[in-house]
Design a protein around this ligand. Sequence first.
Ligand code: SAM
Ligand code: SF4
Length: 312
Amino acid sequence: MEDRHARAITYLRLSVTDLCSLRCRYCMPAAGIPKRDHGDICSVEELVEITRAAADCGIRKVRLTGGEPLVRRGILDICRGAAAVPGVEELCLTTNGAALSRLAGPLREAGVDRLNVSLDTLRPERYAYMTRGGRLEEVFQGLKAAAAAGFTGTKLNVVLMKGFNDDEIPDFLDISCRYPVEVRFIELMPIGEGRNAQFLPAEAVLESNPYLRPLEGSGVARRYRSPGGRGTVGLIEPMSRRFCAQCDRIRVTADGKLKPCLHSNQEISLRGLHGEALRQAVRDGIAAKPERHHMNETGRSEAGRSMHQIGG
Ligand code: SAM
Ligand code: SF4
């Protein structure tokens, strides 16, 4: 279905929990977040029903996210249910990778097609610092398990932060040369805790590595390859190169609110709706998509929620 700005909306980012096993400094408050009542979060059945309604409205790609989707009880049932929805052509999942060594095989069997794994540094002490206690080795084991389980086209999400990981850009490019993965450098957005970290434009990757060869873009990413590299490099630049005109997505939070735009506080409640009423609410959400965000002018997101409560 097209929105009012003639954009075809085909991609749903579905958050399955706002809880997480890590506390990345730019995403989660230091104290973590209070656990909600079980009933405040959509059940497995509700999440699958929402996916079905979204597919009926033209959604073809679904990404499960969070919080950390792999800490959600019933995650494999959610995957199986979403993968089986008629019309869903691609089921993806974004994870911090900490539980992937155990779950990669079961996720593959449950119908997940592709993974994005978030990894902002390749240095164990930095990783422990940024995630407030995470173990980098677990992510490496998870990536190995994902490859062994047959996942291909895996992407590594790297949020660029000045003074934190800008000196690791060459190391990440090296990973994109040696492994068949896409390393995606993502610009930090001024949302929630993200306002406390230091922004670095993704253009810095090109400036310091002019040998990168441009490839055809994909979705909202500019893409490149190092000469002879097995993998690719993506730049996601919500701040420097606003890609709202190419936006093809809607989001649903774990508590069942459809967000037409990541950076707008507009939310449409889906809980308690079924059948045609649910489909109409999804259509209303698509129709309500604002033309663009205003972070460049205001310096802050108007999301009204933190990233872990939306899912990126
Ligand atoms: N826990 C999973 C993970 O970390 O991959 C999924 C949820 S996380 C909110 C989704 C993505 O959003 C991650 O790649 C994370 O690095 C990114 N993210 C979180 N806060 C951000 C911010 N302020 N700006 C840009 N990306 C952010
Ligand atoms: Fe958790 Fe992902 Fe946020 Fe890190 S970025 S705190 S892993 S939800």
